[in-house]
Design a protein around this ligand. Sequence first.
Ligand SMILES: Nc1ncnc2c1ncn2[C@@H]1O[C@H](COP(=O)(O)OS(=O)(=O)O)[C@@H](OP(=O)(O)O)[C@H]1O
Ligand SMILES: Nc1ncnc2c1ncn2[C@@H]1O[C@H](COP(=O)(O)OP(=O)(O)O)[C@@H](O)[C@H]1O
Length: 204
Amino acid sequence: MEGNLLSKSTNVVWHEQSITKEDRRSQNGHNSFVLWFTGLSGSGKSTLANAIASRLYSEKVRNYVLDGDNVRHGLNKDLGFSEEDRTENIRRIGEVSKLFVDAGQVVLTAFISPFQADRKLVRDLLAEKEFIEVYVKCPIDTCEERDPKGLYEKARQGIIKDFTGISSPYEEPENPEIVIETNNSTIEESVEQVIKYLKENDLI
Ligand SMILES: Nc1ncnc2c1ncn2[C@@H]1O[C@H](COP(=O)(O)OS(=O)(=O)O)[C@@H](OP(=O)(O)O)[C@H]1O
Ligand SMILES: Nc1ncnc2c1ncn2[C@@H]1O[C@H](COP(=O)(O)OP(=O)(O)O)[C@@H](O)[C@H]1O
């Protein structure tokens, strides 16, 4: 996507809102931030994001899951899987996440987000403690065995081009706040690991 970092909006002036992020947090009784899940297809991002969302919901923490497959049906349906399009995909999700944080919500994002620079761009959009990178780590062999949507098989057959881990790169996070090894832990254990982190860091 050409020139996606250039602003074409001129003569626009920021308007302060009467209700602030702090007001909304205070009314909700909890912080707002992004839990940014990143990892290979089939590593467990969506499964964990949804399991944690249910747990947060039961604890009355307002939250919303943004998922790669779903967002690509609407907001980002004009984007494919070239490096440029993935970068634009993550940039838009970062901006949407920032709006949710401003609205006082906990956002759980489940995107492969394979590039370090793109994830850093989102981190830099947000304040400290508003971006929690969760590396959903799983060997590609296990992801391929799981193959919940049959995509690895199609990628191996060359039917799907530029498939992450097969014909398109995945850059591992260098310094994620949380690492979950889904081939070594159950879904329940992983949920507890994340909830423990959030409580220990006074985020919820
Ligand atoms: N070429 C290729 N590479 C990777 N993934 C592919 C591809 N084509 C389709 N899919 C499906 O799209 C989901 C990934 O979309 P994302 O928006 O998360 O990707 S990215 O962050 O922009 O890289 C991904 O979802 P998950 O399996 O949940 O990760 C796939 O279902
Ligand atoms: N410990 C685990 N954590 C998360 N998912 C697991 C685990 N063990 C097996 N799975 C399975 O792996 C698959 C992961 O798929 P999904 O959550 O869609 O991954 P992603 O969103 O990363 O593509 C699901 O079928 C899930 O049930």
